[in-house]
Design a protein around this ligand. Structure first.
Ligand code: GLC
Length: 429
């Protein structure tokens, strides 16, 4: 059933591109209190309906989003086509609860795909298996539904089978009507709703039939942040999707081999727009987290949450611009790179591609930089990746004690050229 060769082929771009943009956008941008606002505040459907009638973003410009992603070095993107609230950002024929029926009147998914493809960025779609609006989705007995435990919303006459039909039909629409989709990001299994409760095998087979090269995450079954999907079922998914956490030691599959994974990370603490959440991760930190993911064999999917007008928050734009500055000069140490197989150095991290090592120096050393783990006979060149300037090995008497350890002389300035991460490129023979 599991064909390793086809799988490896399918995963090539994913394991090479390493860095993507996650985009959470929908009606919840209007209340501006995050994408779970309906559940957290137990907002009734009728009270939430006002956001549907008000959804008319004046600054929605997917070309601008795509340009920002491209400049930041993001090679793929994932947009919420439908989040837990059931609002569809695409012109589904199975519902009236969609962006084309709001005052905006546009198919957001269509415009997103066209704009990101035009920038050469691979396009993925996030689709929530949950649906707090659909009448046949459990309300009263569900643990997270906005109307959970509300006696006015008993579950007697709901047909989950009808909901599954609706959900499968929508996924079919997304896989049929929008051209090539590179990635399907299902979210999420919980309690008894996992695996075949979603008719996951049928769903997975249908997606793969319609989009033979598509990559699919692991959330059709109750995935975990720290375990790779054991490919024992049709719906195990192609990679693990740790959320707001980077697996301490990367991830290995059931055979002990490095597994594909992608850490999805918010820039603040919310996926959807939250006007009061200004706890922004500094760009330097996010650059180092991307390096950490790659050094452990994973990807980073970094989220933006556009506001009710469709604009990516200025703080996020600034972070992306700072990341772009670093990526434009150091992307070579990210793309197509992975673990070095060496111990993490005290001064930072190492990524590797073929015979080239990239030492990511985030904390300068006293004296020369010890390139532990390589033999001087095997070194072809040492240089700063950014400028290309040659780096000589140190010859001072005090480096002699470091028997066998290659000591790179980064120069007299204790302040590194790039405070986020100065990359030392070592080409091996
Ligand atoms: C969790 C959240 C969901 C978010 C997703 C992103 O599943 O419930 O709101 O879209 O994480 O990874």
């Amino acid at each position: 059933m599991f064909d390793a060769k086809t799988y490896e082929k399918r995963m090539e771009w994913f394991n090479r591109d390493r860095f993507g943009m996650f985009i959470h956008w929908g009606l919840y941008a209007i209340p501006a209190r995050g994408e779970w606002v309906r559940s957290k505040e137990r907002i009734s459907l009728s009270d939430y309906q006002k956001y549907f009638g008000a959804f008319n973003p004046s600054r929605f410009d997917p070309a601008e989003w795509a340009k920002l992603a491209k400049e930041a070095g993001m090679k793929y993107a994932v947009l919420t086509a439908k989040h837990h609230d059931g609002f569809c950002l695409f012109d589904s024929k199975y519902t009236d609860y969609k962006s084309t029926n709001t005052p905006m009147g546009r198919d957001i998914v269509r415009e997103y795909i066209d704009a990101f493809r035009a920038e050469g960025i691979r396009t993925g779609l996030y689709y929530s298996l949950l649906d707090w609006r659909h009448p046949d989705y459990p309300h009263f007995t569900d643990n997270i539904h906005p109307m959970r435990g509300n006696p006015e919303h008993k579950d007697e006459d709901r047909s989950f089978g009808n909901y599954l039909e609706y959900m499968h039909n929508q996924v079919k629409e997304l896989c049929t009507d929008y051209g090539k989709i590179d990635l399907m990001w299902f979210d999420f299994s919980y309690d008894h709703l996992t695996g075949e409760a979603w008719r996951a095998s049928d769903l997975m087979r249908m997606v793969r039939r319609l989009q033979p090269d598509i990559i699919i995450d692991d959330r059709l079954e109750y995935g975990s942040a720290l375990y790779a999907p054991e490919r024992k079922t049709v719906y195990s998914g192609d990679y693990a999707s740790p959320e707001q956490v980077i697996p301490p030691n990367g991830l290995r599959d059931e055979n002990g081999r490095p597994a594909a994974w992608e850490a999805c990370v918010t820039m603040n603490n919310n996926w959807g727009y939250n006007s009061t959440d200004n706890y922004w991760k500094p760009a330097d930190m996010l650059i180092r987290k991307l390096v950490e993911c790659v050094s452990k064999g994973g990807n980073m999917l970094l989220n933006v949450g556009p506001d009710a007008n469709g604009a990516i928050p200025e703080a996020s734009v600034q972070i992306l611009r700072d990341i772009s500055r670093w990526m434009s000069k150091n992307g070579e140490s990210i793309y197509g790179c992975g673990p070095s197989g060496m111990d993490k150095p005290e001064f930072g991290r190492i990524t590797k591609r073929g015979n080239t090592l990239y030492y990511h120096v985030t904390e300068n050393t006293v004296g020369p930089l010890p390139l532990i783990g390589i033999d001087i006979q095997n070194i072809k060149s040492i240089s700063f990746l950014d400028s290309g300037a040659e780096i000589l090995t140190a010859s001072e008497w005090y480096t002699k004690q470091a028997e066998g350890v290659v000591m790179a002389d980064l120069g007299p300035d204790p302040v590194l050229p790039d405070r986020a991460d100065t990359v030392v490129k070592v080409e091996l023979i």
